[in-house]
Design a protein around this ligand. Structure first.
Ligand code: DX5
Ligand code: ZN
Length: 231
């Protein structure tokens, strides 16, 4: 099973529109059912928001739950690590079943070293920048990135408002990287904001409230996909 989620990631990397449900606002009392529902609704990747209560003012879940998501799903797992000292943990997230592991630029003085750790462990490597962080802060390590995550909210919680500064960063990164690196946007992505993100150059779109705070996961994912594709 390990290879299938890695193979499907390479197919997804070039896809112009991939909706990545943020697995934070779901009913954790029915995890397997929720995952099945999201898969049946058309999700092609699971975005796991790992928060340590230190790098961000919220504590969500860690390795045991990533392993549980891996057990219950064959979809690629996009682990978004909002944690301090990522160098201590990234290999364990790959071993737990994460397909891609994204660290925060703000969480390390040695982004290259941590990205290399992820790749050596067999994962796809990503780096995230918060709204105040300029993309020049990641210039030094873009050659190691399979994915760049542009935060359009301050990380820590779902349901926040979209910060348009993300659009300038997406456009600048798209110009610099072309289609060689997955450009992901995360935070406040919904039917009102997703088209601008796609036009700016994003191809992976994290959505939490825009999916889990609606009546139909299927309808929400379909509408978000259409809006991103400009239909
Ligand atoms: C915030 C997380 C996001 C968030 C997305 O720290 O990284 O993935 O849960 O939720 P919405 O789409 O509701 O902003
Ligand atoms: Zn996230």
């Amino acid at each position: 099973m390990a290879s299938s989620h890695l193979e499907s990631l390479s197919q997804l990397a070039a896809d112009p529109v991939v909706i990545a449900p943020s697995m934070l606002l779901l009913d954790f009392g029915h995890l397997a059912d929720e995952i099945a529902q999201v898969e049946q609704a058309g999700a092609r990747i699971l975005h796991l928001d790992v928060m340590d209560g230190h790098f961000v003012d919220n504590l969500t879940y860690g390795l045991p739950l990533v392993a549980a998501f891996r057990r219950y799903s064959t979809l690629p797992i996009d682990a978004h690590l909002m944690i301090s000292n990522p160098e201590q943990y990234v290999e364990q997230y790959v071993q737990a079943g994460a397909t891609s592991v994204t660290i925060h630029r703000e969480a390390t003085d040695n982004p290259r070293g941590v990205l290399e750790q992820i790749k050596r462990a067999g994962g796809n490597a990503g780096i995230a920048v918060n709204p105040p962080t300029g993309i020049e802060q990641i210039d030094e390590c873009l050659d190691l990135c399979d994915l760049v995550l542009v935060m359009s909210v301050t990380p820590g919680f779902g349901g926040q408002n979209f910060e348009p500064v993300a659009l300038e960063k997406l456009a600048a990164l798209k110009k610099k990287l072309g289609n060689d690196v997955i450009l992901e946007v995360d935070g406040g992505v919904n039917l009102d904001t997703i088209a601008q993100c796609a036009q700016a150059g994003a191809n992976w779109f994290v959505a939490g409230s825009a999916i889990f705070k609606t009546d139909s996961y299927t309808q929400s994912i379909a509408r978000l996909t259409e809006a991103a594709a400009g239909q």
